[in-house]
Ligand binder design. Structure first.
Ligand code: NDP
Ligand code: OXD
Length: 316
């Protein structure tokens, strides 16, 4: 009610997340924002105040022109920014919401599996062989993390906890405990040439598309290893295969692909030096995401600042 007794129209939230079961999200958003009307978007629906989205169709934004906030239920907004969005809307990405710890465990697992040669031990054990390998030097396996944002910073610091030499590269200069930080295009070559295990946690933007190519991956130290957990279009697939096949790279762990699901005929499926997972390194956790989004909707409505706003020009 307003002071003069007129019923205040309730806030409307529309939900349009392709491939996501809507019911639990609607219930969660409803209980986090009592009084708000929360509904799955249907063509022709009334204008909403805020949208919770993942891979919505262009038609959604063509109709929902009065949105104040667009909340992406992922950290990456590359697909969203390809659409024509209402200019006044604030675009907000998930800011950790439980993804950073998952990313750290996934990447550290991949690094350690490679460094401790667990695949080779597994093969030996499978062949009934009780064998030892000479311990490798951690200092020979410097880890370089591209992207030192919410996820990359956590991953870099987690790898440093295992005493690997860790470097990070970002657009703007950073200071992170235990991580040697490089920044900008001018320091990229130095960053690459000191790196042996390359981890990609960049957003996909016109500047970063195809960033892992023959030219850049050739700069890695010999016996390099690639861990791509950001987007498939960061990596030139054929260049990776060529460098694995000529022995410059020792292997790769890939969670993301140019086409997902990865087509059954793609050579990555069968390659002996490549481990693939189905875009699962850091999953969106519903309860934490709902709490974060609801909190931010309350802030936007109250005119308070929030973190995680996407800069549409920068592309992340
Ligand atoms: P952030 O926006 O927090 O961080 C992005 C980082 O990349 C920043 O450090 C930024 O630099 C840096 N960066 C951007 N452009 C450049 C450039 N041109 N040169 C050098 N550095 C650059 O993103 P998050 O950490 O939250 O997420 C990263 C990506 O991870 C997402 O965009 C998404 O694609 C992917 N992802 C994948 C998931 C999966 O399951 N596989 C799950 C979640 C996310 P600066 O700090 O200077 O701005
Ligand atoms: C994300 C993702 O961007 O799941 O959050 O890839």
């Amino acid at each position: 009610m307003t002071a003069c007794g007129v019923r205040k129209p309730s806030m409307k939230i529309t939900f349009c997340c392709t491939g996501t079961k809507a019911e639990p999200w609607l219930l969660g958003l409803h209980s986090a924002l009592p009084g708000a009307e929360v509904a799955v978007w249907e063509a022709g629906a009334a204008a909403a105040d805020h949208a919770v989205v993942w891979a919505p169709p262009q038609r959604f934004f063509d109709e929902q022109t009065r949105l104040k906030g667009i909340f992406n239920i992922g950290a990456g907004v590359d697909a969203l920014l390809k659409l024509k969005l209402p200019p006044q809307a604030t675009v907000v990405r998930l800011d950790d919401a439980g993804m950073a710890v998952q990313m750290a465990e996934y990447v550290c697992h991949a690094i350690i599996r490679h460094f401790r040669e667990f695949d080779a031990y597994e093969a030996d054990i499978g062949a009934g062989k009780w064998s030892y390998r000479k311990p490798l030097e951690r200092s020979d396996f410097p880890v370089g993390v591209m992207g030192l944002g919410v996820l990359g910073a956590r991953v870099a610091q987690s790898a440093a906890q295992f005493d690997f030499p860790v470097m990070g590269w970002s657009r703007s200069a950073k200071k992170l405990n235990g991580v040697r930080c490089f920044a900008g295009a001018e320091q990229f070559k130095d960053f690459l040439s000191e790196t042996r295990i390359l981890v990609n946690l960049l957003p996909l933007t016109p500047e970063t598309r195809d960033i892992m190519s023959l030219q850049t991956l050739s700069r890695l130290r010999s016996g390099g290893y690639v861990i791509n957990v950001a987007r498939g279009a960061h990596l030139a697939d054929d260049d990776l295969l060529a460098l694995l096949d000529n022995g410059h790279l020792a292997g790769a762990t890939l969670d993301v692909f140019r086409t997902e699901p990865l087509p059954s005929e793609h050579p990555f499926w069968q390659h002996p030096k490549i481990t693939i997972t189905p875009h699962t390194s850091a999953r969106t956790l519903r309860d934490q995401s709902i709490a974060q989004i609801a909190g931010k909707i309350r802030c936007l409505e109250a005119g308070r600042p929030i973190v995680g706003i996407v800069d549409r020009v920068r592309g992340y």
